[in-house]
Structures are given as C-alpha cells and as structure tokens.
Ligand binder design. Structure first.
Ligand SMILES: [Zn+2]
Ligand SMILES: [Zn+2]
Length: 245
C-alpha cells in the first residue's frame, strides 16, 4: 500500500513535477509499447507479470516452502533479503531496455513507483539507499546509471538518504549474458568496493534494474559488509531467467 503522505514528500513532489513539466513540453511515449500519451501506459501495467509470493524468503527465487531454498541453505548470501517486482519479460523488458540504452530517463521515475510500494510493505530497517555502480568507462559512454534512475526517486518517495558513492566498481566485469551461476559469481567477485565512511554501521538498500542469479547484489553486499555495513537488502525491478540477461 502506498502511504499518500510519504508519496507527497516535497522533494519527491518536486521531482515528479519536473518530469511532468517535461512530459508537457515533449509528450511522452510508453516505454513498454511506444503508444503516445504516457511514459508507462495502463495496458503495459496490466500486462506486467508480477512475481508470486511463493519465493525464497532470502534470495527471492521462486520456491514453494517457508524454508529458505537449497542454495541459501547451502550458503547464506551476504545480503539479508533480495526482492524483485516482476518477471523480466513483455513490456517491462522493453521498458528497461529503453531506460538502459535509449536515454529514456523519465521512465526511471515512473518505474520506481512500484518499488516504493514494495519497500513500504517489506518494512526493512533501511538507513541509506544506493544503486549498483557502473564501471567508469561504461558510465562515461552511457552518461547515466539506469539503476540510479530508479534508486533516486525511490529514496525521495521514501524519505531516505541516497548516496551514489556508497559503492564503487573496483574493476571491469564482462557481460553476464550466457554465464552460469558459478561463472556469474566469479565474474563479479571482488568487483565492488564500499566506502566505509558512508556505510559503516548502516543498513543499506542496494537497488538495481534487473537481477538474475543475485550474484551482483551478493558481490555488492559482501563489499558493504566488509566496509562495516550492519545489514544489506537488495531490491530490483525485474527478475530474469538465467538465459535472459
Ligand atoms: Zn504501453
Ligand atoms: Zn534462496
């Protein structure tokens, strides 16, 4: 449930008004289907395939038991919990592609709204919000970080501090496409560093656009815990099958 008082926080309202002003100047197209009139249309919203509630309470994988899944039982991840809003398919997949590659920056604000609703229900004890960082070269090439475009409005709506520099990418990683779970973990292992002066003794929420195996959030959580964070939670808009991303 959205709490109208929180969604009406002045900084968040201003942020929304700024994007609404741009919509007025440059009428938007839906990120999911391209239809004119809104950034994320009602049809695409209805076609979004939300994740079920039958998931592992730790890693968020589909799992039909109150006990953690076998992977989490084998080795608990460094994060306390990871949740995603919807499956990475249909209009949401197209919208996230536009957010990432087509500079459709306004989509971030509208796609962050369901994350706010989730966060409110999850009631995690968060002190600080950050996003999965990109490498310097990729960040310079793209000009923005799509995970930050979700995390920043989420922090404004929730009234929580956002720090983009809490995590930094310590080394380049190859694309996770085509990698299995073990390879994904190796690919991102020690790829991140956290700033102790920002995260020490804090409960951190790490936001990303898509998760597949949870390996990236896990690597971020390891870095944050090493830097003194007391707990780490992960929240992503979409969850993909391992052969999708
Ligand atoms: Zn649409
Ligand atoms: Zn699990």
């Amino acid at each position: 449930m959205v709490v109208p008082g929180n969604m009406g926080r002045p900084a968040y309202r201003l942020y929304q008004l700024a994007w609404a002003g741009l919509d007025w100047l440059y009428p938007p197209q839906c990120g999911g289907c391209g239809k004119s009139g809104s950034r994320w249309c009602v049809d695409c919203r209805h076609q979004t395939h939300l994740l079920p509630s039958t998931i592992c309470t730790v890693c968020g994988r589909i799992h039909h038991s109150p006990e953690p899944c076998w992977l989490c039982q084998k080795a608990l991840p460094a994060y306390s919990a990871l949740r995603s809003w919807a499956f990475f398919n249909g209009p949401l997949r197209k919208a996230l592609h536009r957010l990432k590659y087509s500079r459709d920056l306004a989509l971030g604000e509208v796609l962050a709204r369901p994350l706010y609703e989730m966060l409110h229900q999850l009631n995690w004890p968060i002190d600080l919000v950050t996003s999965v960082p990109m490498g310097v070269a990729r960040r310079a090439e793209r000009g923005y970080n799509q995970a930050t475009l979700l995390a920043f409005p989420l922090s404004l709506a929730s009234g929580m501090t956002f720090r983009s520099q809490a995590l930094i990418k310590a080394r380049d990683t190859r694309s996770q496409v085509g990698l299995n779970l073990t390879q994904r973990r190796e690919n991102v292992s020690d790829a991140f560093l956290a700033r102790s002066e920002i995260v020490n003794n804090k409960c951190i929420l790490v936001v990303d656009d898509v998760t597949t195996s949870g390996a990236t959030i896990e690597a971020c959580a390891e870095a944050l815990i090493k830097a003194g964070a007391c707990q780490v939670f992960g929240l992503t808009l979409a969850r993909a099958a391992i052969n999708q991303v």
